[in-house]
Write a protein of this length. Structure first.
Length: 606
């Protein structure tokens, strides 16, 4: 492959604009020039002529503003005296058409891989780049031949006419390209010559163009044996002709939607680069989230999800935007309240797409039935509808993650089943009921301190992110205080089961709760019933929550508890009467040794 030349270089990328500007440019260029000089002295430049074309590239990228700085340097060592060009002509003018054709044939043959393999075994690969410098010799019979630079001594001893050839990158009709400077200095130092004929090879359609290639007669200075380079030049001028870096601002020319997408990805990537190298970004960005409710908590959660780079966010809600919503719910504006209010789910999805055009969001107006709520009734903000992720009080909140599915096996899996984390309803000993019937307005609506939803929403998303980064995912055990954390395995730390926060006193604590085997939401009995009967089971549960208590054994538990409570009360009364009868006259002390029956394990576990 002709026209392909390997050029070594040094790329130095800076993390800050200040570091880019403060670099000692003179020292950097001098250091590169010293490397070239040492390659000349050692003979490495004759073996590998590309060493003479060393370049330096300084760069800095402002990845947020999409502004890029770069500065090229092509070091050239200043000789003790300037090189002088005695004569300049094209190849045709110098040797005529016939000889020019012979020279072109010799040069083109040299640049074929098979020819270089015979003369230089190191260039055996057909994909090996071409050498930027080589020798062109003519023997006593007038035959032209191309040879590597290492053949200089042999060619001169044989009495051949020797030309120096350079693959010229310049298009200037009167001057050669920049790389020739270092090559001439090496010729003066290594070969101790004072004059040299140089052929600057310029191609046309992959072949040497004898009408454009320059033939130079150059006078070289004498290089003392103890001479050392005193100056190096080569910094590239910018578009204004000044020795300064080139600056390119790609922001105005880029698609703003792609800019936004890149910026969002960058924000998450910076966390991995700086603080959490093992953070799995794709697990979060490929996530698809369904938010049940587009109210105070739903809006807060959606905004934090965008910050993590989550693009697919859908909303389910059945209400309209009210005038009281925009000040607390960040995805709505005053215009959304007009004309009866826009559907919340639709308005929230539209706002997400306005905030981040790359978001894929859909709003679905849908009523979610709950046990104890008539299916056709309208729902506003109910604790049941938002409890799966977070729950709010006036100045307190609860954020929790649900444990994994109950095990279908028994025996060896019983221990694992006991360690399974519970859901929101595992703490209840009754089936879910309608929380809005016979309640006043302030009891039906979410009444909480304004900052509470943002704190709870952010905590919920961070808990989700930490769970996704855990190797066990939803089955991750609850975090234990004081346990050792392997940050490579857990880039976001251990995962708690529940986080309870209190704004009154500004306290927060992590708790855990095991799954209740008689839970009306996640117990094995309920899961099996749903798998067997599907929607018909749900329909019955919605119409009669008492059915859930019957299935899970809560009805029997209530009866036993009530019976034992009555037994306890009777035993207590009998004991007090016996103690009263046995008291000495004039005393009022009662006995503390009354026998109280033990409560069974089921009740104790509650």
């Amino acid at each position: 492959m002709q026209g392909r030349y390997s050029v070594p270089g040094q790329l130095q990328n800076f993390n800050t604009e200040k570091g880019f500007k403060d670099l000692d440019k003179t020292a950097a260029l001098k250091q590169a020039g010293q490397r070239i000089w040492l390659n000349m002295l050692s003979g490495a430049a004759e073996e590998h002529p590309s060493c003479l074309c060393l370049f330096v590239l300084l760069s800095y990228a402002d990845l947020k503003k999409f502004v890029y700085w770069s500065w090229f340097a092509f070091p050239a060592i200043k000789p003790p005296e300037p090189f002088k060009v005695a004569r300049t002509a094209t190849l045709v003018q110098e040797v005529g058409d016939t000889t020019a054709a012979e020279v072109a044939s010799a040069c083109d043959s040299w640049r074929q891989p098979s020819m270089r393999q015979e003369e230089q075994p190191a260039a055996s690969s057909s994909a090996a780049p071409q050498l930027p410098f080589w020798l062109l010799t003519r023997d006593t019979s007038g035959t032209w031949q191309s040879l590597p630079l290492t053949a200089w001594a042999r060619a001169t001893e044989e009495g051949c006419d020797v030309w120096l050839c350079m693959a010229d990158p310049s298009n200037n009709p009167n001057h050669p390209g920049w790389p020739l400077r270092n090559m001439l200095l090496m010729a003066a130092k290594r070969w101790q010559v004072t004059t040299l004929t140089v052929l600057c090879v310029r191609d046309q359609r992959g072949k040497l163009d004898s009408a454009r290639s320059l033939c130079l007669s150059v006078v070289l200075p004498s290089i003392p044996s103890d001479w050392e380079p005193s100056g190096v030049v080569g910094w590239e001028a910018n578009s204004t002709g000044k020795l300064a870096p080139c600056q390119v601002d790609l922001g105005p020319s880029m698609d703003p939607h792609r800019l936004a997408e890149s910026a969002v990805t960058l924000n998450v990537s910076l966390m991995r680069w700086r603080a959490a190298p093992s953070l799995g970004i794709d697990r979060l960005q490929d996530l698809k989230v369904l938010l049940l409710g587009a109210g105070t908590l739903g809006c807060a959660v959606a905004r934090v999800l965008l910050g993590w780079g989550v693009k697919h966010i859908d909303f389910v809600d059945n209400s309209q935007v009210a005038f009281s919503n925009p000040v607390r719910q960040s995805l709505y504006e005053f215009e959304d309240c007009l004309h009866g209010g826009r559907p919340k789910a639709e308005a929230a999805a539209d706002k997400l797409r306005q905030i981040y055009p790359g978001a894929v969001s859909q709003g679905i107006s849908l009523t979610i039935p709950m046990p104890g709520h008539p299916v056709a009734a309208s729902q506003v903000d109910k604790p049941e509808s938002s409890s799966s992720i977070a729950a709010l009080g006036f100045d307190s909140f609860l954020v929790m993650r649900h444990g994994g599915a109950p095990s279908e096996a028994t025996g060896s899996h019983e221990a694992a089943a006991k360690r399974r984390l519970g859901c929101y309803f595992c703490n209840d000993v009754v089936a879910p009921l309608d929380s809005t019937v016979d309640r006043t307005l302030e009891q039906q609506c979410t009444v909480a301190r304004p900052g509470l939803a943002s704190i709870a929403g952010a905590t919920a998303v961070e808990l989700m992110a930490a769970t996704l980064q855990h190797p066990l995912g939803i089955d991750a055990p609850a975090a234990v205080a004081g346990e050792h954390v392997n940050h490579e395995e857990l880039p976001l730390g251990p995962v708690p089961h529940m986080v309870r926060g209190q704004l009154s006193g500004f306290s927060q604590m992590c708790l855990s709760g095991q799954a209740f085997r008689q839970c009306t939401a996640c117990s094995q009995t309920i899961v099996d019933q749903y798998k067997q009967h599907g929607w018909s089971f749900l329909w019955q549960a919605l119409q009669d929550p008492k059915m859930l208590e019957d299935l899970t054994g809560l009805t029997q538990l209530h009866a036993e508890t009530h019976a034992r409570g009555m037994h306890y009360q009777g035993t207590e009364a009998d004991t007090e009467k016996a103690a009263e009868d046995s008291k000495p006259a004039g005393t009022n002390a009662g006995s503390d040794d009354a026998s109280i029956p033990d409560i069974d394990d089921d009740w104790t576990s509650l």
